[in-house]
Design a protein around this ligand. Structure first.
Ligand SMILES: Nc1ncnc2c1ncn2[C@@H]1O[C@H](COP(=O)(O)OP(=O)(O)OP(=O)(O)O)[C@@H](O)[C@H]1O
Ligand SMILES: [Mg+2]
Length: 302
């Protein structure tokens, strides 16, 4: 099922397939992705031709529309290479939109801004700066007029929020992967963005650390209730953290297949979440989707 203009989805019954009310406008959308397409332009210039290195235009995603209401935790899941990072980078303003538009509070976004904070999979910390300095650098860039007292308080609060007290003077090479990602999260939250964007934030971590940090993110989200858009390859992670899960189809020209509502009450607990009557139906639906799309990608390579 291809649903390019779907704005709302509801789960009518835990044992039923999720159903969709098409083209339903959501006036309260904080972020509105409207008919967004991304074409990576190929190289056809004379130098590329002479060196026989021409490439064609590549449509990564096509005509994607999603409305995201404030204070929701949205996950994006889909087969590798389908365009998840491409979409997130456009929301972050790090990559141009080929057609369509992305509105934040009804205003089109142009480039990056302090209203969106990004957490990268590979942490992207400054190696020569301590934990504190990494966070300070981000805050100073966005709020150059903050007094030193306000700055110190903001850094301290965010270090405490992610549980890094005692490590503030350490440098990234002195930290474990999980601690580095905590710095990445603290740094993104310290600029107090309206929307937190995370591209596979736990992808590089071992299973135990990953589980621990997922619970930490759930705890922080309970406190702050910021809008979050997170890319993940983990079905369990998406089910634990999300209010809605966007399932993308394979590329090229990838579209949104379905958007699932996750009805579990909060705060959530990884030990008991699978006892909810809707858990297994949602999990199976996602497994089927990922299996089908990944199988189709593999078949196209043969
Ligand atoms: N700068 C670029 N130029 C050309 N093609 C690109 C560029 N960046 C990404 N692509 C292509 O766009 C498609 C989507 O890439 P993207 O990185 O968004 O996928 P993804 O869903 O994030 O994958 P993964 O799950 O492996 O991280 C891929 O086919 C990729 O090769
Ligand atoms: Mg990616």
């Amino acid at each position: 099922m291809s649903m390019t203009s779907v704005n709302s989805v509801y789960l009518s019954n835990s044992s039923e397939r999720n159903t969709v009310s098409p083209d339903l406008e959501v006036p309260s959308a904080q972020l509105s992705i409207r008919h967004v397409t991304k074409i990576f332009e190929g190289k056809q210039d004379i130098f590329s031709k002479l060196s026989r290195k021409t490439t064609r235009d590549f449509t990564a995603i096509e005509d994607i529309s999603i409305d995201i209401e404030p204070n929701t935790f949205v996950s994006i899941i889909g087969p590798s290479g389908c365009g998840k990072s491409t979409l997130l980078n456009m929301i972050a303003g790090l990559s141009d939109i080929s057609s369509g538009e992305i509105l934040l509070n009804n205003q089109p976004i142009h480039g990056p801004g302090p209203d969106r904070g990004m957490v990268f999979q590979n942490y992207a910390l400054m190696p020569w700066m301590s934990v504190e300095e990494n966070i300070r650098f981000a805050v100073e860039t966005v709020y150059p007029k903050l007094s030193s007292k306000q700055m110190t308080r903001r850094i301290k609060e965010n270090i405490q929020l992610v549980g890094l007290e005692g490590a503030q003077k350490k440098h990234p090479h002195q930290l474990s992967g999980g601690m580095r990602q905590r710095v990445g999260i603290a740094r993104a939250l310290a600029i107090d963005p309206q929307i937190l964007l995370m591209d596979e934030p736990f992808g590089a971590l071992d299973a135990l650390t990953r589980g621990f940090l997922q619970s930490e993110v759930e705890r922080i989200w309970e406190q702050q209730r910021k809008t979050v858009i997170m890319i993940t390859h983990s079905i369990e992670e998406a089910l634990l953290l999300s209010d809605r899960i966007v399932m993308m189809m394979r590329g090229p020209a990838a579209r949104v297949d379905e958007i699932l509502e996750v009805p579990f009450p909060r705060p959530r607990n990884r030990e008991t979440i699978d006892q909810h009557p809707a858990y297994h139906a949602l999990k199976s639906e996602m497994e089927r989707h990922l299996f089908r799309e990944t199988q189709a990608v593999e078949a196209s390579r043969i």
